[in-house]
Design a protein around this ligand. Structure first.
Ligand code: CP3
Length: 341
C-alpha cells in the first residue's frame, strides 16, 4: 500500500482529485533553473552533475508541490554515453555526429556507458533522499525510434526524414541501431530503478511520423522488448508509454505493450481516450502546452474538459507535451488551483 497519489492513480485507483505533474516541469520557464543552467556551463554538464541535476529537479517541486518529480536528464544521454558525439548549441537544440550506416555503428559501444549512466543514477539517489515523502520519482528514457531519429539526422528534424529513409533503404543498419538502443535503454532504466526511480516513462516524441506497418516494427516491437525486460526484473514498477502523435494507433500501443499508463498528446480527444484507453490503463495528459502559455479562458476550458472526461476513471493531470519556454509561472499556479480546487 502506498500513500502517494501518483502511484495510486497508476495502480488504477479512481481519486477525488487527480495527481498532477507537467512534462518538462524543470526548465527555462523558471528563473531559478536559468541560474543553475548558467553555472553548469553546457546542458550535458548539467545532466552529469548529480548535485546540480538534483537541484533543478527539485525546483518545480518546491515551487508548485507537484505530485511527481521527473529526473532531470535528457533522452540524448543514451547516444552520448554510447560514444556518439552530442552537443547542445544554445538556441539551436541538439547536434550529433550523424550515424548513417553499419560502419558508423562501430563507434557505439555498450561497454562505454558506465560513467555517464552511473552519474544519472547518482542524481536519482540524491533525489530519493531529498524529495518530500508524498512525491513520486519518475525515471525516463527516450524510446528507440525517437532517439534514433536524432542519431541518424544529427539534429531535430521537422519530419524525421533521414531516419525514415534509413529504415526503408537500409533496414539491416537501422535494425541493428534499434537493437543497440533497446539494450542500452534496459541497462539505463534498470540503473535508475536500482537507484530509486519508482515509475518509468518512455518518451516516443516522433512516433507519429510512421505508417502503421513501420509503427509496429520500430515503435511497438522495440518498446515492448524494453517494457517486458523491465517488467520481469521489476514487476512492481509502473511504466508509462508516450507514443506522441500516434492517433488511433494509441490503442494498438496499449494492447501490445504492458504499460500501466499512457501519456496522451493534445491532438487526442479526451472522450476518445476515455472510451478507448482508460478502461485498460491510466491515462495522463493532455492540456495543450500552448493553452497553458496563453492562459485565461482557453486554458480553463481545456482543464475542465480533461477533468470532466476522465474523472470517472484513473488519470494523471498533465500536458500533451512539454511546457513551453515562455510560459508564465502565474499560469501554472492558476491551473493548479483549477485542478486541485
Ligand atoms: O523536467 C523534465 O521533463 C525532465 C527533463 C527532460 C529534458 N528533456 C530536459 C531538457 C526530459 C524528460 C527531456 C526529454 C526529451 N529531450 C525529449 C522527449 C520529450 C519531448 O520534448 O518531446 C526530447 C525529444 C529531447 C531532446 C531535446 N532536449 C531537444 C530536442 C532539446 C532542444 C529543444 C529545447 O527545448 O531546447 C533538448 C534540450 C532540453 N532538454 C532542455 C531541457 C530543460 C532545454 C535546454 C537548456 O536548458 O538549455
Amino acid at each position: 500500500m502506498t500513500d502517494k497519489i501518483f502511484l495510486k492513480a497508476l495502480q488504477g485507483e479512481v481519486l477525488p482529485k487527480p495527481p498532477v505533474w507537467l512534462m518538462r516541469q524543470a526548465g527555462r520557464y523558471l528563473e531559478e533553473y536559468r541560474q543553475v543552467r548558467e553555472k553548469a556551463g553546457s546542458f550535458l554538464n548539467l545532466c552529469y552533475a548529480p548535485e546540480l541535476a538534483a537541484e533543478v529537479t527539485l525546483q518545480p517541486i518546491r515551487r508548485f508541490g507537484f505530485d511527481a518529480s521527473i529526473l532531470f536528464a535528457d533522452i540524448l544521454v543514451v547516444p552520448d554515453a554510447l560514444g556518439q558525439k552530442v552537443t547542445f548549441e544554445s538556441g539551436e537544440g541538439p547536434r550529433l555526429e550523424p550515424i548513417t550506416d553499419l560502419t558508423g555503428l562501430k563507434q557505439l559501444d555498450l561497454a562505454l556507458v558506465d560513467e555517464k549512466f552511473n552519474s544519472v543514477a547518482e542524481t536519482v539517489r540524491l533525489l530519493r533522499a531529498g524529495l518530500p515523502k508524498e512525491t513520486t520519482l519518475i525515471g525516463f528514457c527516450g524510446s528507440p525510434w525517437t532517439v534514433a531519429t536524432y542519431m541518424v539526422a544529427g539534429k531535430g528534424t521537422v519530419n524525421q526524414g533521414p531516419a525514415r529513409m534509413a529504415a526503408y533503404s537500409d533496414p539491416e543498419f537501422f535494425g541493428q541501431l534499434i537493437d543497440i538502443l533497446v539494450e542500452a535503454s534496459i541497462d539505463y532504466l534498470s540503473r535508475q530503478v536500482e537507484a530509486g526511480a519508482e515509475v518509468l516513462q518512455l518518451f516516443d516524441s516522433w512516433s507519429g511520423s510512421l505508417p502503421e506497418v513501420e509503427f509496429e516494427r520500430w515503435v511497438i516491437e522495440p518498446t515492448a522488448r524494453i517494457v517486458s525486460a523491465l517488467r520481469t526484473k521489476y514487476p512492481d514498477v509502473p511504466i508509462i508509454g508516450f507514443p506522441r502523435g500516434a492517433g488511433p494507433l494509441y490503442q494498438r500501443y496499449i494492447e501490445a505493450i504492458d504499460v500501466q499508463g499512457v501519456s496522451v498528446d493534445e491532438t487526442i480527444s479526451a472522450s476518445w481516450a476515455r472510451d478507448h484507453l482508460q478502461s485498460k490503463v491510466t491515462v495522463q495528459g493532455n492540456v495543450d502546452s500552448f493553452a497553458l502559455m496563453a492562459g485565461g479562458d482557453a486554458l480553463k476550458a481545456q482543464v475542465e474538459g480533461v477533468m470532466e472526461a476522465w474523472s470517472k476513471g484513473p488519470y494523471v493531470f498533465n500536458l500533451g507535451h512539454g511546457i513551453q519556454q515562455f510560459t508564465p509561472v502565474a499560469h501554472v499556479e492558476q491551473m493548479l488551483k483549477w485542478v486541485r480546487g
